[in-house]
Design a protein around this ligand. Structure first.
Ligand code: ADP
Ligand code: ASP
Ligand code: MG
Length: 440
């Protein structure tokens, strides 16, 4: 059993979907397959914009719905013979009507809750998976469609729900134990709370859907089919000299993806790492290219620095003051506040004097974090023991990643002097004890 995931660009239009169908057809000759698909390229963004417009009482959300409808109807018409189209076109139109009704609700109420937003975003994968399953059934009528929401259960942290692995693994195993179909097509990204409300796994989450299924089924391999030849040494859209990495360890891939290599959604590695299932990243538009194999095999003669990744739009928050020295629990309080506010901390440094702690978070979380921290340390701030939280916006984190970096001297020196020579000012530095990652 192999689990294959095809991303947004791979299923952007009928022409690309035909490439996907061909890859699936070839692979199905050897293996039983689970095929997880993303929404057609940009559709999740369009849904998000339609929802935001509707909630802001902007009638132009209807134009966005019309664009989404046209995209899907055009794709379907190009993939399905005319004689079979009519009932499928009606089905797509019914789904779009349902979407429009929900958006009308947002428009009338002038409101968009995270729960409603997830239901609205789920339409991208619901539409794409329906169309792709129907298109594949033209080739092989035994291909089966399954709604991932019936298999993947989460909490109600809408927008980026946490998977309940105990329940989900059980449901996935049970379903596939009974269903021996050679090809199973499922939507990525979408899931459901235990009480049956649609949730999503976070933007980019289709990779995770595929990994959850691969982990539950002890799949032989997880394949992530995308629009580049694997995981590169740096983002190939930005760095011309970037090269695809043939082999990389789970930990290195995790560090690179956590620090911005969007080709793999960071949580994806967890469910397969536990089972030692390799991940192969492949290019739908160049299937003959070898791609990247992520596994637990690392060779000692590998290149020292595996890759460089970066995250834009970062804010650095500094909390400092004499009141932090030797006082047990200040960092605990700081991180507790951030966790209560559901703010993800990307980067942490603390100088050994304990005089200050710096944390890197997304710009979009900065204001919220600043207010929450100042409130939590209100007393110390009023007594001048701690300064009000200091925020610097619009920074960027750059991470150098490699398993073998720990055995080499002078790498951080070279990194910092290179940045210095290029007039890049370093505001903070972090290096984990694993020495697998140096971030600035
Ligand atoms: P998909 O829609 O297939 O999930 P994504 O857009 O999520 O594709 O991820 C693929 C993109 O990730 C590439 O087109 C590339 O722009 C970006 N990317 C960023 N860093 C890297 C990297 N180190 N290696 C490969 N791709 C990267
Ligand atoms: N369609 C979702 C997104 O754009 C999930 C995915 O493509 O992985 O975020
Ligand atoms: Mg992706």
């Amino acid at each position: 059993m192999k689990v294959l995931k095809f991303g947004g660009t791979s299923v952007a239009n009928a022409q690309n979907i035909k490439l996907v169908l061909e890859i699936v057809k070839q692979k199905a000759q050897q293996d039983q397959l689970v095929v997880v698909v993303s929404a057609l390229s940009k559709v999740t963004d369009l849904l998000q914009s339609a929802a935001a417009k509707a909630a802001a009482n902007d009638e132009s959300f209807r134009d966005v719905v019309a664009e989404i409808e046209k995209k899907h109807l055009d794709t379907l018409k190009e993939l399905i013979p005319v004689s079979e189209q009519s009932s499928l076109l009606s089905h797509v139109k019914r789904i779009i009507n349902h979407l429009e009704t929900l958006l009308d609700g947002c428009f009338l109420l002038g409101e968009l809750s995270p729960r409603t937003a997830d239901t609205i975003l789920s339409f991208g994968e619901l539409l794409s998976s329906f169309i792709i399953a129907k298109a594949y059934q033209q080739i092989n009528s035994d291909a089966v469609y399954k709604d991932s929401r019936e298999l993947i259960k989460t909490d109600n942290n809408f927008g980026k729900a946490t998977v309940n692995f105990e329940v989900s693994n059980q449901l996935i195993k049970e379903y596939f134990a009974e269903n021996k179909s050679k090809i199973n097509i499922l939507p990525g990204f979408i899931a459901q709370t235990l009480d049956g409300i649609t949730s999503t796994l976070g933007r980019g989450g289709s990779d995770y859907t595929a990994a959850i299924i691969a982990g539950a089924l002890d799949a032989e391999q997880l394949e992530i089919w995308t629009d580049v030849n694997g995981m590169f040494t740096a983002n190939p859209k930005i760095v011309k000299q970037a090269q695809p990495i043939a082999n990389i360890s789970y930990q290195e891939a995790m560090e690179l993806s956590h620090f911005g290599a969007k080709v793999l959604y960071p949580p994806t590695i967890q469910p397969v790492l536990r089972k030692n299932i390799p991940i192969l990243i492949k290019n739908t538009f160049e299937p003959e290219a070898v791609g990247t194999l992520i596994s637990n095999q690392i060779s000692s003669n590998d290149t020292v620095v595996k890759g460089i990744s970066h995250i834009d739009h970062i804010s650095l928050l500094t909390l400092e003051g004499p009141g932090m020295i030797g006082v047990a629990g200040s960092s605990r309080r700081l991180f507790e506040v951030l966790s209560q506010e559901k703010i993800n901390v990307i980067f942490i440094t603390q100088a050994s004097s304990e005089h200050s702690i710096c944390i890197g978070i997304l710009n979009s979380d900065a204001e919220n974090a600043e207010n929450a921290i100042n409130k939590a340390f209100e007393i110390e701030i009023s007594q001048n023991k701690i300064d009000p939280c200091y925020v610097e916006k619009d920074l960027c984190i750059i991470a150098l990643v490699g398993e073998n970096m720990k055995n080499h001297q002078g790498l951080s020196g070279r990194m910092f002097s290179t940045l210095g020579k290029n007039n890049v000012n370093i505001r903070a530095i972090a290096q984990g004890a694993s020495e697998r990652n140096i971030s600035t």
